[in-house]
Design a protein around this ligand. Structure first.
Ligand code: GLU
Length: 521
């Protein structure tokens, strides 16, 4: 690496749908790397394939980055819009490739002129027919050095005809002319040295007259060059394109400023068998997208944000999918990730995603929040349940009694609803087990004693229940379970004394008398 070079990386998504966790990880690793080196993180939208364009995807990608706390240095403005006009801060605008359309053709033509590419005039139908012919023989179709002279190209027609066709036809393309038998030596910052023989490669299309647009390969190389990108960090699905990209840099004579490459391994299904997909998420009940996404047909894909994940937890868990710090540390803030991240600790093999582990991360971040913060986050949920303006201090105490058992703020309702609503039904199994004839007189008696406790506080209640039961020589477990059933309606919740103190003496009395009069054995 040229050490004097400013680190400039880009995240270059194609707006073909919502950003998958894997794409988010690519963005994060680029960001960590750029910030660690005091460099720039550029957002570039690669939208040259109009067939795959999905409305809303670009905004979704930008909102997802923002949710994770990532602001690109170049490419989007303060309002989160892709920059279209050059300025000091955004010198390479526009950052949407479709808006850079006029600039690519000259580069493709330059390659033709210098013998690295050629014009190809076959129609898509003709190529398709050739493909089918091959497949019928059980062969794989490659448009390359072995058969390129059997097509209609500038390589095998005179200049006059070629010129005429270029003017009159509109389906021609410019294809890269792969060397017949050359070993391309490449370097990947994660995988090391890689060698590929060009013999099996096809002559990729670089530019198409039909829509006057470059393909991904040409646009990507030209833009990385013009935008002075120093490092390309992207998914391993692009590794097979690396020889072509190397050869393109060479053909343009841009080797000296060619970026370094790092290809990230796939995110794998929880069982490790194959690439993690949205279907795995649906099947096993976890999101694969940062934010909820509603497709054009109205299909909703769940998002980490809507599932109650904190963005810090999401960033942390994604960062550790395929990278390890080399220590036992698991909890990392964004700032710490920027400090600790390094490409040489990114694994070469796929990273298996474990949904339980994801929940664990959120729990860790929830534990870092104060009761006050958690209360603020819980109040909207309470409001949806019809609990308006509860006393915040009281809610904080309730949260404090259950917070250790929650992974998400949304778990709080299930863990605490009985504080806010009296039981109207009682769990049948608990009734059978705990609501026994021989215990009920004691429940009655202990309840009267509790109702008289002053001050009506947890420690007092706990202590006096204990004294009462010890003095009577009564079965502690059975009485406590019966009391719990009466005030909660089931065998759940934090300590009985906690619940009693928090609901207060009046509510306690109502619940006990309701239970004694309504529970049918
Ligand atoms: N547009 C490509 C994608 O969406 C980017 C590949 C690259 O980073 O070179 O995956």
């Amino acid at each position: 690496m040229n050490n004097n070079r400013r680190v400039r990386v880009r995240f270059a998504p194609s707006p073909t749908g919502p950003l998958h966790m894997g794409g988010m990880r690519t963005a994060l690793y680029n960001y960590f790397f750029a910030k660690q080196h005091g460099g720039d993180f550029i957002l570039r939208i690669e939208d040259t394939d109009s067939n795959r364009f999905v409305p809303g995807a670009e905004e979704y990608i930008i909102r997802s980055l923002a949710w994770c706390g990532i602001t690109p240095d170049e490419g989007i403005d303060e309002n989160g819009k892709v920059v279209e006009t050059k300025s000091e801060k955004h010198p390479h605008a526009p950052y949407r490739q479709s808006q850079r359309k006029p600039l690519y053709r000259q580069y493709a033509e330059e390659l033709v002129k210098n013998g690295f590419a050629y014009y190809a005039f076959d129609t898509p139908e003709e190529i398709d027919a050739r493909r089918k012919e091959c497949e019928a023989k059980g062969e794989t179709f490659v448009y390359g050095h072995a058969n390129r002279l059997s097509f209609r190209t500038s390589l095998n027609m005179d200049a006059e005809e070629c010129k005429k066709r270029l003017e009159e036809e509109n389906h021609w393309t410019i294809r890269f002319k792969n060397p017949e038998n050359r070993v391309v030596k490449m370097n990947d910052l994660i995988r090391g040295e890689i060698e590929i023989n060009t013999a099996t490669l096809d002559d990729k299309v670089l530019w198409k007259a039909a829509d006057q647009l470059p393909t991904y390969h040409l646009a990507n190389i030209v833009d990385d060059h013009l935008m002075e990108v120093s490092h390309v960090i992207r998914g391993e699905e692009w590794l097979p394109s690396l020889p072509l990209h190397y050869m393109l840099y060479e053909a343009f004579g841009w080797q000296d400023t060619q970026p370094e490459f790092a290809h990230l391994s796939l995110l794998l299904k929880p069982d490790g068998k194959g690439k993690l997909s949205k279907r795995d998420g649906d099947r096993l009940g976890f999101p694969v997208f940062p934010l909820e996404w509603v497709s054009a047909t109205g299909e909703i894909s769940r998002g980490y944000r809507e599932d109650g994940y904190y963005p810090e937890a999401f960033v942390n868990l994604i960062a550790l999918l395929g990278w390890n710090p080399g220590t036992e540390q698991e909890i990392f803030s964004l700032e710490e990730l920027v400090k600790c991240f390094s490409l040489d600790r990114v694994v070469k093999s796929g990273a298996r995603f474990n949904p339980d582990n994801a929940k664990w991360f959120n729990q860790e971040y929830l534990r870092q929040k104060s009761n006050k913060e958690l209360c603020e986050q819980f109040l909207p949920i309470l409001s949806k349940k019809g609990i308006e303006n509860p006393n915040a201090e009281w809610v904080e105490k309730i949260i404090s009694s259950v917070r250790d058992r929650a992974h998400f703020v949304s778990d709080f309702w299930e863990l605490t609803h009985f504080f806010f609503e009296r039981p109207t039904e009682y769990d049948a199994t608990s009734i059978k087990k705990f609501w026994k004839d021989e215990i009920l007189p004691l429940v009655n008696e202990i309840s009267e004693m509790i109702a008289g406790i002053e001050p009506f506080q947890k420690e007092n209640i706990e202590e006096q229940i204990h004294t009462f039961i010890t003095e009577k020589g009564a079965p502690m477990g059975k009485i406590m379970n019966a009391l719990r059933l009466a005030i909660v309606g089931a065998s759940k919740g934090p300590g009985v004394a906690d619940i009693i103190a928090l609901i207060g003496v009046d509510e306690f009395n109502v619940r006990i008398s309701n239970a004694l009069s309504t529970i049918n054995r």
